[in-house]
Design a protein around this ligand. Structure first.
Ligand SMILES: *[C@@H]1O[C@H](CO)[C@@H](O)[C@H](O)[C@H]1NC(C)=O
Length: 410
């Protein structure tokens, strides 16, 4: 009988993957997928192609932009809610230490289609149950650490030496005739009827919390997502993606159904066969409209409903793209974040079809790139919950191992 370890190792060999890193280039209150044409979104941090405004772009339009990643074949745009350090009435952006996207190709049969856009996560979620999709694997933890809160989508309640990390997996099934329809595969890697499997995207975000909270924290978490009204709640974390891969490179990502390239290998194409940064500087393409300031974005959300353009004009603030402003903002009249979030409450999450079978079990995350536990987490402060977390971690590891066994036996 094989050991659990070799089974887990075997599971990871079943899929090839590529990793790309992208610098942030803009913070802005737009969302071309969820609230196109308006400045009524909560704040987002953008990565990848800068050919993005409030209007949904085509892949061809994205490909005319300037990219912040490390692969000239990828002009996709990626965005996530902005994270703030809350100190009384001031909100300071938590700098992104590293933003990585992984594309995993295990059972895909189709390239990511041009003009395809998708969202993973639930921007309105306030509980673990609402955040768990259940395959999106949304988790907050410290880089390299096994410890999790009881709700894995909650941020860790005490400091660790490593970066604060969040992971999010995207759906990997799409209706080839209607790209608006996409979903997760079930636990046996089967897409819902009428959908094909494409390479699966995953976000990994590392935050530089030390630069804003060098003293660390214990108990109350001082970080607030732009989509939330409760510091420490990571439930509403979500990711948006619009495909900007050139078609030939998107096809190359698919070659041989996962065996075409090695783990971590660069995806080549007509626009380059090695990692290279763009020679241009990504900038906000609509700097006169919208805002890069957190509190202003709350006011603009409150101004929703017919006066969107007026509100945008009144509250214009240019977002300097190459230097996302660190919003050490002065409080507005009633700075109660979230209360005025009319825009986020109307957001749709991942669309599911009526034919979908809700997956009951998630695949083992330990077999995926970016989850490796090479570092040990050293707490800066006493962990009241340390023992409990360790037990939880052990339980999770066992569950993952058993899941992997189940999959192999099926
Ligand atoms: C998203 O969160 C909202 C709560 O605001 C909830 O009503 C909705 O059911 C959630 N969606 C999913 C797919 O869980």
């Amino acid at each position: 009988m094989r050991s659990l370890l070799s089974i887990l190792a075997g599971a990871s060999l079943a899929s090839a993957w590529t990793e790309l890193n992208h610098a942030p280039f803009m913070n802005k209150n737009i969302d071309a997928i969820v609230v196109p044409g308006t400045y009524t979104s909560h704040m987002h941090t953008f990565f990848g192609s800068d050919a993005i405004t409030k209007v949904l772009p085509t892949s061809a339009e994205l490909q005319k932009g300037c990219y912040t990643g490390d692969n000239p074949n990828d002009l996709s745009v990626y965005w996530v809610p902005t994270l703030y350090y809350v100190d009384g009435d001031t909100y300071t952006e938590v700098p992104i230490f590293k933003f990585s996207t992984y594309y995993t190709n295990s059972f895909s049969t189709a390239a990511i289609p041009q003009d395809f856009a998708m969202i993973s996560g639930n921007a309105s979620a306030k509980t673990q149950a609402e955040a768990d999709n259940p395959y999106n694997d949304l988790e907050w933890f410290f880089e390299g650490s096994d410890e999790r809160e009881a709700d894995v989508a909650k941020m860790p309640t005490s400091t660790c030496d490593q970066h604060l990390q969040v992971n999010l997996v995207f759906p990997q099934c799409v209706n080839a005739d209607d790209h608006g329809e996409y979903d997760f595969a079930d636990e046996s890697e089967k897409c819902p009827d009428g959908m094909v499997a494409i390479p699966q995207l995953r976000y990994r975000v590392l935050y530089d919390t030390k630069s804003v909270a060098p003293q660390g924290w214990s108990g109350a978490v001082p970080f607030l997502l732009s989509c939330s009204d409760t510091p420490g709640d990571g439930y509403c974390f979500h990711g948006d993606f619009i495909n900007g891969w050139y078609e030939d490179a998107a096809e190359n990502m698919l070659i041989n159904g996962g065996g075409g390239y090695d783990d971590g290998q660069f995806i080549a194409g007509e626009h380059g066969d090695s990692a290279v940064e763009a020679s241009c500087t990504a900038t906000d393409q609509d700097p006169e409209k919208g805002t890069s300031d957190y509190l202003t974005s709350l006011e603009m959300m409150a101004n929703d409903g017919g006066s969107v353009e007026d509100g945008a004009d009144d509250l214009t603030e240019s977002g300097s793209a190459s230097q996302p402003p660190t919003a050490t903002a002065t409080p507005a009249a009633t700075p109660v974040p979230g209360v005025t979030e009319t825009a986020s409450s109307t957001q749709t999450t991942v669309r599911s079809t009526s034919t979908q079978t809700i997956p009951t079990r998630r695949p083992s995350s330990s077999a995926r790139p970016g989850y490796s536990n090479k570092q040990t987490c050293t707490s800066n402060s006493k962990r009241a919950t340390g023992q409990k977390s360790k037990t939880e971690a052990a339980k999770r590891a066992l569950k993952q191992a058993l899941d992997a066994l189940d999959v192999l036996e099926e």
